[in-house]
Design a protein around this ligand. Sequence first.
Ligand code: DGL
Length: 278
Amino acid sequence: MGLINHRNCGHAPIGLFDSGVGGLTVLRQLEQQLPNESVLYLGDTARLPYGTKTPEQILQYVREILTWMTAEGAKLVIMACNTSSALALETVRSEFSIPILGLILPGAKAAVQAGQRIGVIATQATVASHAYPNAVREINPNVAIWQVACPEFVPLIEQNQLNTPYTIQVAQRYLAPLLEQQIDTLVYGCTHYPYLEPVLRQILAPEVQLVDPAKAVVTAAAQELDLLSLRHLQASAHRRIGVTGDPQSFARVARHCLGYTPVVEQICLPTRLLSQAK
Ligand code: DGL
């Protein structure tokens, strides 16, 4: 059985990846919007967090993951990581033959539809790339946008400290400059952050809209699958979840997002040499 045949028949999985549990918030959206699709998920937990890495490192990690996902027969990949989407999407799209979707453009479109005074919370790397302000201003130059890097959030979420007094204090500090600007919309510019919704809701005025780009990227993926006649129509979805770090601790945190403890495999990604040979 060749991988190409597998991919063409429509039973091949959609690849999703992130540095850790953040991408599961995208998986959750995918389960709602595309329940018949099989999923191949990779959490690159051995190299988490991505948000503090250089653009070169992030590009290298993404190449390795895409090399692996392509070899495993993924028919389409959603980068379930804003940092990777901001820094590597354009480059890898020209290097790999399968469709690859990122979160920034769908997220920017959803943000512009939601409000006029937009706050973005994201990793340091995503903020430094200016990907969200650039995308938002391209869609509507009249919209006001502010962004804040939140480096403490990902480690807190990966340690399952979702609603502790310390997490609330950190969130108050990060949101203060956005509250000062009286934002009407807040974008989760990192797929980990929807886990903090109860905390963020305590701090934000009730009328502030929360935008999760995950929802919009899955809608875009559904359209892409239809366009390419790759949609899987029968209900036979299969989930395969792998991590580069410790499977047990990932499964424990993943339980909060998925509502069940998933089976998690340890994955060994192709080496630097293999991915460069692609
Ligand atoms: N969840 C990822 C994102 O959307 C990466 C977070 C990190 O590892 O720093 O940016």
